[in-house]
Design a protein around this ligand. Structure first.
Ligand code: S3P
Length: 187
């Protein structure tokens, strides 16, 4: 999906955006990281769901993926016009070209895990539209990951392997990699 390609000057550089496939821990890590930094936590899927007045699964079923992606873009843009937020993005945020531009301007963190680990974390989740009807969740995730991995890498400033690590360890590792102006702001 392509939108206007000119630079959008209303976008700030003041947020941490978490990206990665479903099950990568974006919401769990985002919430903890927000608390540690005193940043507001934003769950982008939650915002989309509120603005469209129905759960994500129903948006996909009743309105279609394209409408979901339009709203996802509009909500990401809205939050990227503000600052000091940890934004947990949906796994497919990178499939919309404009979003890559917004994400490149933020401190974007790719939370990485293997399809097998992601499948174990996600479990047999009937709410996730992209896993609907999958015989093997791990295989479906592997296919999606192959398409998206280059896009995640394209816009992430930090890539963090989440394999075998608990949320506290991950937040500690992430804090150590964040630019100093975020992790230890001037008093
Ligand atoms: C999607 C991931 C979901 C949600 C929607 C589409 C995707 O978010 O945005 O179902 O395309 O990978 P999570 O990654 O938080 O599960």
């Amino acid at each position: 999906m392509d939108y206007a390609s000119h630079t959008d000057h209303s976008i700030t550089a003041g947020n941490i955006c978490l990206i990665g496939l479903m099950g990568s821990g974006k919401s769990t890590i985002g919430l903890l990281l927000g608390q540690r930094l005193g940043y507001t936590f934003v769950d982008l899927d939650g915002e989309i769901s509120t603005s469209m007045g129905r759960p994500i699964r129903e948006i996909f079923e009743q309105l279609g993926e394209e409408k979901f992606r339009e709203e996802e873009r509009s909500q990401l843009r809205r939050f990227c016009q503000q600052e000091k937020q940890v934004i947990a993005c949906g796994g497919g945020v990178v499939v919309t070209a404009d979003n890559l531009e917004y994400l490149r301007r933020q401190t974007t963190v790719y939370l990485k895990a293997s399809p097998e680990t992601l499948a174990r974390r996600v479990g047999p989740d009937k709410e996730r539209p992209l896993l609907k009807g999958a015989v093997s969740v791990a295989q479906r995730l592997a296919t999606i990951l192959r398409e998206r991995e280059p896009l995640y890498r394209d816009c992430a400033k930090i890539t963090l392997s989440t394999e075998g690590k608990d949320p506290d360890t991950l937040v500690r590792e992430l804090l150590a990699q964040l630019p100093a102006e975020i992790s230890s702001p001037a008093p």
